[in-house]
Design a protein around this ligand. Structure first.
Ligand SMILES: Cc1cc2nc3c(=O)[nH]c(=O)nc-3n(C[C@H](O)[C@H](O)[C@H](O)COP(=O)(O)OP(=O)(O)OC[C@H]3O[C@@H](n4cnc5c(N)ncnc54)[C@H](O)[C@@H]3O)c2cc1C
Length: 314
């Protein structure tokens, strides 16, 4: 029986564009109302078809992958949301360069490669989300980030409806940042990453140890998007600043700062996007008034028509 609330993506028997999909079920924060249209795609061809669908109907479009660094508006999205999922990877056994689709889960990739004796990226082993999101946000920890491994990426230019290869310089990487971070017109479809030979057992043990460390320090399994605010510097971490400003136990509605780590804003009890935005601005105001420091967000907010920068109240 055909599903009355979905239509097939042109050129694909399996991929369907669905209507009225609750975005809360498709991101780690668990926050977001219904998307008018929603599709999960794996291949570059399907990404292009999804964008053609949106162009033909003049719909706003938003693309993401793992959903672990954002939250959606509780009123939903008035256009097409494209989620990149799965897709897989190929290893060149001589160079240990891995070509990987954007929708590939990053922790899964690191663990699977480790079993083959391919490593050198333990620091990425417990960062939730997919490869595409990690490249666009220059994910990392302990002073290392994914830009150090990137050889090139395949990018889809939505306006021109063309693909091109970008080298690291193109991205203008900096701390948790690339030029694609707020660019809704260019999508990372796949990436080539350089790995190196590594002992399987030692790599898996290191990744597991790091996971245990996270679990002891962060609300790692909570509904959240990781560190909410950017650190000012290595010496001035966001959690320390929030704590020093006396804001560590702040809460608005169902959103609160985690008692375990003040820089993790968590969806504790059916938080709405308005709760999260209000709590974010409350913390920014408190820190500015007490310490004169401006807190910038790391997490992204997807409004009803696209990604929006969370600006502090003026
Ligand atoms: C518990 C927890 C711990 C975390 N710890 C860390 C950490 O240690 N270090 C760290 O860096 N991050 C951390 N994060 C944040 C998050 O895991 C990373 O930012 C991750 O790389 C996001 O990837 P994603 O695929 O989930 O991105 P998404 O949330 O899907 O997307 C994030 C942004 O990237 C854009 N985007 C996604 N995919 C693409 C694409 N293919 N092309 C173009 N744009 C795209 C989206 O439009 C969106 O703007 C943590 C998060 C959680 C929940």
């Amino acid at each position: 029986m055909p599903d009355s609330k979905s239509i097939p993506l042109a050129g694909s028997d399996e991929v369907r564009i669905r209507q009225g999909v609750e975005l809360a079920k498709h991101c780690r924060f668990g926050v977001g109302g219904p998307a008018d249209w929603f599709v999960e795609v794996r291949s570059a061809a399907d990404i292009r078809e999804a964008y053609r669908f949106a162009r033909e109907r003049d719909l706003p479009c938003f693309t993401y992958s793992g959903g672990s660094n954002l939250f959606f508006d509780s009123r939903g999205f008035r256009g097409l949301v494209v989620r990149l999922i799965g897709g897989g990877w190929n290893v060149d056994p001589d160079s240990l360069v891995v070509d990987v689709s954007s929708g590939t889960d990053l922790p899964l990739l690191i663990r699977n490669l480790a079993r083959l004796g391919i490593g050198g990226a333990d620091f990425l082993g417990n960062i939730p989300g997919a490869v595409g999101g990690a490249v666009v946000g220059n994910a990392g920890c302990y002073g290392q980030s994914i830009d150090g491994m990137l050889i090139s990426a395949e990018i889809y230019d939505i306006e021109a409806d063309t693909m091109f290869t970008a080298e690291p310089d193109y991205f203008e990487f900096s701390y948790r940042h690339s030029r694609l971070k707020y660019d809704p017109l260019r999508m990372v479809v796949s990436a080539s990453l350089r790995f190196r030979e590594a002992d399987p057992l030692a790599t898996l043990e290191a990744v597991e140890e790091e996971l245990q460390l996270r679990l002891s320090k962060h609300p790692h399994d909570s509904r959240c998007a990781g560190s909410f605010f950017k650190n000012i510097s290595r010496e001035q971490s966001a959690w320390r600043i929030i704590t020093d400003a006396g804001m560590a136990d702040s809460r608005v509605g169902g959103a609160q700062l985690s008692p375990m780590h003040a820089n993790f804003l968590i969806n504790e009890d059916a938080a709405s996007s308005d709760d999260i935005l209000a709590l974010c601005r409350m913390v920014q105001r408190g820190v500015r008034e007490k310490l004169g420091i401006e807190m910038e967000t790391e997490v992204r907010y997807v409004g009803q028509f696209g990604i929006e920068e969370i600006r502090p109240e003026s």
